[in-house]
Design a protein around this ligand. Structure first.
Ligand code: NDP
Length: 338
């Protein structure tokens, strides 16, 4: 059995800061990235926690990502802002744009942000939840290198293209969902291939376009979107909104310019923020939404999105998290200078 170790959340923060700074990030950039990974570990979203740290470090060490990025905000219209990510990781750009985006939404009712020239390794909910905590509805999407076939097609064209939505609540954590538009996470297919077990039908196709449950065949062929054609169309929307709409490369173009160090390629993230009070004409849409949530929760077996994360937070804060010892060893090596 693989050995596992317990780490406090302070240890998670410390390991991440030391590894990123030894790999070439300055303190400001390391803090921004660490906050995203730390938040994922705190909420038991391990796929976007320390598991990602070696990838972040590899992209710093290969010289692909600017670990000293200073993202720049620019104004293009009353309700449209752009943040040039300065070739850095997405979190520092998101932090730069967050409050200007929220303020714009409050002034105009709705505002959009283009985060450009950044590398996106993270879960999107960390950002949409942070925006919703200011009482503003948030939507975010980003694309990645091609892995998913379009509806009816057989070759990878779209990234796993996640989409996140956060709804603010009075005196409570926001309701937040964050989901890839691929039927299955790339990482899970890779793990299945490594461990030699099959994956559910619908996860992907082989290189000849035949349905398969063999993960290695899918990695050579293409993943599929969730929900057939409808999921593939959502993925197309994400591809357009996070790419051409922002003046950024779409998935296939991202692959063409990437240095293949294993991390994501350069690209953009699209965000929308909506002030619910302005749009509803002055009522209390958040109180109204609570009636819907109550009706949903009255049905047995339901929960709000985000509730799983909130339910594990206190325990993880008190007792820490458990991760493979081998991952800690790998990270410890990365804390030595490049
Ligand atoms: P999951 O399938 O694990 O979860 C999708 C969403 O469904 C979550 O918000 C989850 O909420 C919600 N949910 C699950 N079950 C229920 C339920 N019974 N009732 C209500 N809500 C429910 O996510 P994915 O595997 O699709 O994506 C994982 C992460 O990967 C995301 O954070 C995404 O941003 C990230 N990602 C990032 C990419 C990038 O390029 N940066 C690329 C692709 C993915 P809860 O959290 O409460 O369980």
């Amino acid at each position: 059995m693989n050995a596992r170790s317990r780490l406090s959340l302070d240890d998670v923060h410390d390991l991440s800061m030391r590894a990123l700074m030894a790999s070439g990030a300055d303190e400001e950039n390391a803090k921004a990235v660490t906050h995203f990974m730390w938040s994922a570990e705190r909420d038991s979203c391990h796929s976007h926690g320390l598991f990602r740290l070696p990838g972040y470090c590899a992209s710093l060490r290969s010289g692909k990502v600017n670990g000293k990025a200073r993202p720049k905000l620019s104004d293009h219209a009353p309700a449209a802002i752009r943040v040039d990510g300065d070739n850095g990781f997405a979190p520092i750009g998101l932090e730069t744009g967050r409050m200007p985006l929220v303020d714009r939404a409050r002034q105009t009712g709705i505002a959009a942000m283009a985060l450009t020239r950044c590398y996106h390794f993270s879960a999107l909910w960390v950002e949409t939840a942070a925006i919703a905590e200011h009482g503003v509805v948030a939507i975010a999407m980003t694309s990645a290198k091609p892995m998913v076939a379009p509806a009816g097609g057989t070759k990878p064209l779209f990234g796993t293209n996640p989409l996140s939505f956060a709804w603010p609540r009075h005196d409570q954590e926001p309701a937040v969902f964050d989901m890839a538009t691929a039927a299955m996470a790339r990482g899970e297919i890779q793990v299945a291939a490594r461990e030699g077990h099959s994956v559910p039908e619908g996860a992907g196709i082989d290189k000849d376009g035949n349905a398969t449950t063999d993960p290695s065949a899918i990695l050579e062929g293409a993943q599929l979107a969730f929900g057939g054609t409808k999921g593939a169309l959502l993925s197309l929307m994400v591809e357009l909104m996070a790419g051409p709409l922002l003046g950024e490369p779409f998935s296939v173009e991202q692959k063409e310019i990437d240095n293949t160090d294993g991390g994501p390629a350069i690209g953009g993230e699209f965000l929308i923020a909506i002030d619910p009070v302005k749009l509803s004409g002055g009522g209390d849409p958040l109180a109204h939404a609570e009636k819907l949530f109550a009706a949903l929760l009255a049905q047995e077996g339901t929960r709000l999105p985000g509730a799983r994360r909130y339910s594990v937070r206190a325990k993880n804060e008190a007792y820490g998290i458990v991760i493979p010892s081998q991952l800690i060893e790998t990270i410890e090596k990365l804390t030595k200078s490049a």
